[in-house]
Write a protein of this length. Sequence first.
Length: 194
Amino acid sequence: MNNLFEKICNLLTEENTEASLGIKNEIEAFRSSQNINFSPNRATPSLSDEIVRLLKVSEHILAKQLIEAQKWLVWRKTTIPATLISEEISNLFYVCPIMGLDTYIPSKRFRLGFLYQKPNCYYPLHNHNAVETYAVIGGALDWSDGKEHRKLTVGDFVHHPSLLPHAFKTRSLGFLGLWHWSGDISPDSYKVLE
Ligand SMILES: [Fe+2]
């Protein structure tokens, strides 16, 4: 897992924003003060297999470490409150929180984690107060803010200022991204817009 955290820090350095460098500093401070304890996790083996298939064809610097980390990482349903997101939408993706409240690295200022969106599905326009960045680790994405459209592939970053709407459409491989939130990191402002 140390390798995974090292690569996450490398990616945050590459992004080189105030938020990404703040997160990197918190991860490094945490790692130097204590060990991050993981227990083997095979609660979702078929999901992990799906994610590994996607990562095996990715050349991203995090892909190899993420494949190795699958036996430790806990994938779960979204942390957005069920009152704010329909079951139909929340069934499209899984998250693996790494930093924030109630996860491996505690932080009151930032949230960071992985998101896996299933193949051939549309996560409709939504927004939130938090400022957000995604890095594409595996697969591809048709991204939109409701006006502009972009095709995102491995190695791309996309930045969402506070309240910018964003929608994700996946293709045959699905999408795996590293995301982080800063600013108002409460999920209470999350809203689906269509
Ligand atoms: Fe978002």
